[in-house]
Design a protein around this ligand. Structure first.
Ligand SMILES: Nc1ncnc2c1ncn2[C@@H]1O[C@H](COP(=O)(O)OP(=O)(O)OP(=O)(O)O)[C@@H](O)[C@H]1O
Ligand SMILES: [Mg+2]
Length: 501
C-alpha cells in the first residue's frame, strides 16, 4: 500500500489552470522526485497537500484511506511535513523554539515551560540529523540558510505522534544551499529512507535528482506523466519530457579580446566583510565570482551597488561611488539580488512595474506615461526571451511561480541596457530550459559590449559562462584564473585553496 497517492488533481486560479490532471504515488522508503518547468504546477500540488489551497477536483489517499485536507492541521495529522519553496522560519526565535514552533512545549508542574527539556529535545533532534554543530540557543536569523533548513527539518522529527507514516515534502530544498550543505541534506534523505518515510522532492537540478531519487514524475502544463524509475532515466529524457525540446545546445563561451576597454576597475575596495579587493573587467567580459560557502561574492556585488566603505571604483573611465542602489542603477549598473523576496521584488505590484522600478528616475513622469506602452512591449520581449510564464505584464508578482519571480528580477536587470550587469545567483530556482536561455541572453549582452560580474555557487554555471573566475576566500580575493580548460573539480580545489594551476 502506498503512503500517499494523489489522483487526477486539478486547480484553477481565476480561470487559469495551474494543475489540470496530476497523479502520483509515494511508497514507504521512497524519494519521489517531481520535476517540471517553472509554472508547471509543482508548488500548487504541494500547496494542495499542505491544505493551503483546495483542489477543484481529484482525490488524495493517505495509507489507503481517502483523505480530505482542508487546512494545515489536517495535513499535519496525516503525517505530512513540509519544507516550502520560500522557507519560513521565525528568525528572531532560537533554534529550540523554532523546532517546537506550533507544537506544545514540554512543561514542568504548574504548566511552566521546561526550557532545559526543550533544549535537550531540540539537541536530540539535531543530533539525529548529524547536525550537532547547531546550538539550540542560537537565534535562527544568525544561521546560514542551510542550517535554517536543517532546523526546519529537525522540527519535523521532535514528536513521534502516531502518524501513519511520515511523508516529507520538499520544494526545491537545495536551491538556496551551497554544495556542502546539499550533501548534508542528502545524508538526511538517506536517513529518512532508512526510517521508511516517504519523500516528495521538487528540484530543477537533474544531476541531483538522478542521484538521490527512486522514481521521477514530470509535470508539464499541469499534467503529470507516468513515473519513470530513476535507474532508467537520463538527462536528455528528462529535458525532453519537461520541455519538449530534444536538446539544449550550449553556445561557445565568448572569446575575450584583450584590447577591449576596461569597463569596471575596482581598486582596494572595502566593505562589510570584504578586504581590499582589486580587479578589472573588460567590455564584453563575463567575470565569475566563486568561493566556498559565505566567501563574499554577494557582499562584493552589494558593495559595488552602494555599500562600499573604502577604495575606488571606476566605470568606463569615470570614478563613481554610488551611495545606494538607486544611484547605482542611474549610473548604468544593474543588479540581480540573491534574495528576491527580501531584496527588491514587490510582490503586490505588476510584472511591468517590477521591471520598470529601478529605471523610473531616469525618466520624467510625462515620458514615463508616454513610454508605458513601449515599456510593456519591452517587458513582453524580455519576458519571452527568459520564458516568463505569466498571464500578461499586468499580472501581480505574488501570483507567479517561484522561478518566474526570479525571471522578473532578471528581466528588470537587462531591461535598461546596462553597461555593467551584477548578478547574484541569477538562475536560482529557474528551470533547465529557461536557465539555458538566460545564459544565451547573458552571452549576447556581453557580446554587445556590456561587462558582467556573476556570483554563483553553481560551478558549472560559472564554467559555462565566464572567461575568468575570481576565487574569493573569507572576503578576500585570492586569485583570478582563466576559465578555459578548467573543470568543476579543479575549480572546487581552487576554492579550497589548492594552489597548483
Ligand atoms: N495565487 C495564484 N494566483 C494566480 N495564479 C497562480 C497563483 N499561484 C500560482 N499561480 C499560477 O499557477 C501556475 C503554477 O504555479 P506553481 O507555483 O505551481 O509552479 P511551479 O511548478 O512550482 O514553478 P516553479 O518551478 O517556478 O516554482 C503558474 O502559472 C502560476 O502563475
Ligand atoms: Mg514552485
Amino acid at each position: 500500500m502506498s503512503l500517499l497517492s494523489v489522483a487526477r488533481l486539478a486547480k484553477t486560479y481565476g480561470g487559469a489552470a495551474a494543475l489540470r490532471d496530476a497523479s502520483l504515488t509515494i511508497e514507504a522508503g521512497e524519494v519521489h522526485a517531481l520535476m517540471g518547468e517553472n509554472g508547471a504546477g509543482k508548488s500548487t500540488l504541494i500547496r494542495i497537500l499542505a491544505g493551503v489551497v483546495q483542489a477543484d477536483s481529484g482525490e488524495i489517499t493517505v495509507a489507503g484511506e481517502p483523505a480530505s485536507i482542508a487546512n494545515a492541521r489536517d495535513a499535519y495529522r496525516l503525517g505530512l511535513r513540509f519544507l516550502h519553496q520560500e522557507l519560513n522560519v521565525a528568525s528572531r526565535l532560537s533554534v529550540a523554539e523554532n523546532i517546537f514552533l506550533g507544537r506544545a512545549y514540554p512543561t514542568r508542574w504548574g504548566g511552566l515551560v521546561d526550557w532545559a527539556a526543550l533544549r535537550d529535545r531540540a539537541s536530540a533532534a539535531l543530533a539525529a540529523l548529524s547536525a550537532s554543530h547547531i546550538a539550540p540557543e542560537t537565534i535562527v536569523g544568525r544561521l546560514a540558510v542551510g542550517d535554517r533548513m536543517i532546523v526546519k527539518i529537525a522540527s519535523t522529527f521532535v514528536d513521534d505522534a502516531s502518524a501513519p507514516g511520515r511523508i516529507f515534502v520538499m520544494d526545491e530544498p537545495t536551491a538556496a544551499l551551497t554544495s556542502e550543505e546539499s550533501e548534508r541534506l542528502f545524508r538526511i534523505l538517506d536517513e529518512l529512507q532508512r526510517r521508511r518515510a516517504g519523500v516528495l522532492y521538487v528540484s530543477h537540478r537533474i544531476e541531483e535528482v538522478l542521484r538521490i531519487s527512486n522514481r521521477i514524475t514530470v509535470l508539464r502544463d499541469g499534467v503529470s506523466q507516468p513515473p519513470i524509475a530513476t535507474a532508467e532515466a537520463t538527462r536528455e529524457m528528462l529535458i525532453e519530457r519537461m520541455t519538449g525540446r530534444t536538446r539544449l545546445e550550449a553556445a561557445a563561451r565568448p572569446r575575450q579580446s584583450t584590447n577591449a576597454r576596461v569597463a569596471l576597475s575596482v581598486d582596494r575596495l572595502t566593505g562589510k566583510g570584504l578586504e581590499e579587493i582589486s580587479f578589472d573587467v573588460r567590455e564584453g567580459e563575463i567575470l565569475g565570482l566563486a568561493g566556498l560557502g559565505d566567501a563574499g561574492g554577494d557582499r562584493l556585488l552589494r558593495a559595488l551597488m552602494g555599500a562600499m566603505t573604502g577604495g575606488s571604483v571606476t566605470i568606463a573611465g569615470e570614478g563613481v561611488r554610488p551611495r545606494g542602489p538607486a544611484e547605482g542603477w542611474r549610473r548604468g549598473l544593474a543588479y540581480v539580488p540573491r534574495e528576491r523576496r527580501s531584496e527588491g521584488l514587490l510582490l503586490s505590484q505588476s510584472i511591468s512595474d517590477n521591471v520598470a522600478l529601478p529605471h523610473l528616475n531616469r525618466l520624467s513622469h510625462l515620458r514615463l506615461f508616454l513610454n508605458r506602452l513601449a515599456e510593456r512591449a519591452e517587458t513582453a520581449a524580455v519576458g519571452r526571451r527568459v520564458r516568463l510564464r505569466a498571464t500578461g505584464p499586468r499580472q501581480r508578482a505574488w501570483r507567479l511561480s517561484g522561478g518566474n519571480q526570479q525571471k522578473v528580477m532578471f528581466a528588470r536587470a537587462v531591461a535598461g541596457a546596462p553597461r555593467l550587469l551584477l548578478l547574484d545567483e541569477p538562475t536560482r530556482g529557474v528551470d533547465v530550459a529557461a536557465r539555458f536561455d538566460i545564459h544565451a541572453l547573458l552571452r549576447e549582452i556581453a557580446a554587445a559590449g556590456a561587462a558582467v560580474v556573476i556570483a554563483s555557487s553553481d560551478r558549472e554555471e560559472l564554467l559555462a559562462l565566464c572567461s575568468r573566475i575570481a576565487i574569493l576566500t573569507d572576503g578576500r580575493l585570492s586569485r583570478i584564473v582563466p576559465a578555459e580548460g578548467l573543470t568543476a573539480a579543479r575549480l572546487l580545489a581552487l576554492c579550497y585553496g589548492d594552489d597548483r594551476v
